[in-house]
Design a protein around this ligand. Structure first.
Ligand code: NAD
Length: 320
């Protein structure tokens, strides 16, 4: 059981709050009594992700691009910077927007936190490890990133965001933290966002072949979104600077994942193999020793259970 995090935040700003992870974060904060301002430009997020939150007391939506200066009516005591395209399909479609969200967006969100005396948390990513030469990856590993490869718009923007966050803490004394999120899945991922879990579920429910890239032996470690959210809030409440890995160390090959989705959906779909994208990492697995030691956090939802919940959501939202 994860240790319950205790906090006394009155008002949190969540940039990217209408996205997949951000919308779950907004809901968790509201549920724990914190008022939330969600700042989002809907470049990759969807209004329906937050439609249930709009009428809740304490929830405010500010439609704005965080890469340009934005103004929040009430000063926050917590700023969670999650605004950024995150799936390869999105950041390849929006390369400059992605680089700006990681650089100018991070700068603006940091300025908001500094001005309000708030704690700031950056959503970084396992992608800062690139195609890793150390396995599993702990926070001391510096990564193996191609700075001019197709994925660099995302990887390097996040690496710059981490550097900027660290510089801001050193130079300005802002209370900052960095979470490096590994692959997260769950309800509200878009079926066409290109990530493996929603793609496989959409294909399996439609009876289409599941498209596995390469030989399917590349691994990912998949963390259910409720676990990711509890890790993020634990890091925010702890006050640690990080970076800290938040992810599920249980590795699964893409082929195993495809077979599991077919089994859990009861689909008759077959598996077809397609070309693997450039610079796609071969392995990805977090070492979560730091999160366990400092935050007393670890993922609790097993893959089968998380996939069952996600599949149930997709069945109820066939337009996703
Ligand atoms: P998402 O695309 O569902 O959500 C991102 C949200 O940010 C969207 O609502 C989008 O409209 C908004 N946004 C993007 N650029 C913006 C801008 N300039 N101004 C205002 N809003 C903007 O993606 P997600 O999977 O929920 O990821 C959220 C965050 O978590 C991202 O920072 C991502 O890098 C990080 N992350 C996610 C994962 C994962 O597995 N989902 C893994 C690692 C890191």
């Amino acid at each position: 059981m994860n240790a319950a995090f205790s906090h006394d935040w009155e008002h949190a700003v969540v940039t990217g709050g209408a996205g997949f992870v951000g919308s779950h974060l907004c809901a968790a904060l509201l549920n724990s009594g914190t008022a939330v301002t969600c700042v989002d430009d809907f470049s990759t997020g969807r209004p329906e992700n937050i439609s249930e939150l709009l009428d809740r007391p304490g929830f405010t939506l500010l439609e704005a691009n965080v890469s340009e200066p934005f103004h929040v009516a009430r000063p926050p005591d917590l700023v969670l910077h999650f605004a950024s395209p995150a799936s390869p399909a999105d950041y390849l479609r929006l390369p400059l927007h992605t680089m700006e969200a990681g650089s100018l967006g991070t700068r603006n969100a940091l300025a908001l936190a500094h001005g309000a005396g708030a704690r700031f948390l950056l959503a970084s990513t396992s992608e800062v490890y690139g195609d890793p030469q150390q396995h599993p990856q702990n926070e001391r590993y510096w990564g193996n990133v191609n700075p001019v490869g197709p994925r660099s718009v995302y990887d390097e923007a996040k690496r710059f965001g981490e550097a900027l966050t660290t510089a801001e803490a050193d130079a300005q004394g802002t209370d900052t933290g960095i979470v490096r999120l590994f692959n997260t899945y769950g309800p509200r991922m878009r079926g066409y966002d290109g990530r493996a879990v929603p793609t496989f579920i959409r294909q399996a429910l439609a009876g289409e072949p599941l498209t596995v890239t390469g030989d399917g032996l590349q691994t990912r470690s998949l963390c259910y979104v409720d676990d990711t959210v509890s890790g993020i809030l634990a890091a925010a409440a702890h006050g640690m600077r990080g970076p800290v890995n938040i992810g599920n160390p249980n590795e699964i090959t893409m082929l195993e994942l495809a077979r599991l989705v077919i089994e859990l959906t009861g689909s008759r779909s077959e598996i077809s193999f397609i070309e693997r994208p450039t610079d796609d990492p071969a392995v990805r697995c977090p070492d979560i020793t730091l999160a366990l030691d400092k935050l007393e956090w670890e993922p609790l939802v097993p893959a089968e259970e998380g996939l069952r919940r996600t599949i149930a959501w997709y069945r109820a939202h066939t337009d996703s």
